[in-house]
Design a protein around this ligand. Structure first.
Ligand code: DHB
Ligand code: FE
Length: 281
């Protein structure tokens, strides 16, 4: 059976794409952010996952406001990246893992998560930048299964529901008939708000508590409604739902987690950034 080795999380701000493209990683503005990655890359170099199941939110590229699935799972052999308007370089297509995609889809639907299946799927900065951050050299060495959670248009799924989705994904990975090693990944957050009266809003105290909870008390954030999470983290900070799904997958697969490394830095663009790796133990 496949092995779920651990979970990764990172912010996915489009400006990171330009910073990578222009080689700005050691500039004073960017260094505190990029410095969070080498210890995790080292761990990934030892663990060598073959596949990443990526919880992320599409930002209007593949799904627009006229058709907005709550949960959608990619089942394509290849995922093309396109720029949905940020002016960042597009990255090479990502390889899919179709067998795991369908196993995931079957398991999720059996468990009453009625997902949209996508045999063609364009992926945006939220899917591509985390992979480039964790594997900066050359083409991406892992295949991906994108799992898209709507954080763009209300109604959004609850924190409790996203955690449960993650658990079902973790069970599916564990029961996948394969010798491959799988990591789960969360793309998004932490606190940020891009528009409206509270544009620029960041909540460091909440973010730090949330990061801590992922190790010590993973269901802590499921006590909050989505509207409470928007209040506490901003309209886009609610992307932290991805982190809860990632952590839910680990809860289903292992009795505990070990924090390999984490980093928190404010701000990059409008966002409070976080990166983290958790090993399933
Ligand atoms: C920013 C953050 C995001 O999560 C995103 O999707 C786009 C932009 C930002 O802070 O600039
Ligand atoms: Fe985003």
């Amino acid at each position: 059976m496949a092995q779920l080795i651990g979970g990764l999380g990172t912010s996915h701000i489009p400006a990171i794409g330009n910073a990578i493209h222009k080689g700005l990683q050691n500039e004073p503005y960017w260094k505190p952010f990029f410095d969070g990655f080498p210890p995790i890359r080292h761990w990934l170099g030892e663990k060598k996952p073959d596949v990443v199941v990526m919880f992320y939110n599409d930002h209007g590229l593949n799904f627009f406001l006229d058709k907005m699935p709550t949960f959608a799972v990619g089942a394509a052999a290849q995922y093309h990246n396109a720029d949905e308007g940020w002016g960042i370089p597009t990255l090479a297509p990502l390889a899919g893992e179709v067998d795991l995609s369908w196993h995931l889809i079957h398991t999720l639907v059996e468990q009453e998560f009625d997902v949209v299946t996508c045999q063609e799927m364009l992926v945006d900065h939220a899917c591509t930048l985390p992979l480039k951050l964790f594997w900066p050299e050359g083409d991406c060495p892992v295949a991906v299964v994108p799992v898209c959670i709507n954080t763009v248009q209300f109604p959004l799924p609850s924190a409790k529901r996203c955690y449960a989705l993650g658990k079902a994904v973790g069970q599916a990975i564990q029961s996948w008939d394969s010798t491959k090693k799988v990591a789960v990944m969360a793309s998004g957050g932490l606190s940020h708000q891009l528009d409206g009266e509270r544009a620029g809003f960041i909540n460091k105290a909440f973010d730090l508590q949330f990061i801590e909870s992922l190790t010590s008390n993973p269901e802590w954030a499921t006590q909050f409604s989505v509207h409470e999470l928007v209040e506490k983290t901003g309209t886009q900070g609610v992307e932290l739902l991805m982190w809860l799904a990632m952590r839910g997958a680990l809860s289903a697969a292992a009795p505990g987690v070990r924090r390999v490394h984490s980093n928190y830095h404010i701000p990059i663009s409008n966002t409070a950034t976080a990166v983290m790796a958790l090993e399933a133990v």
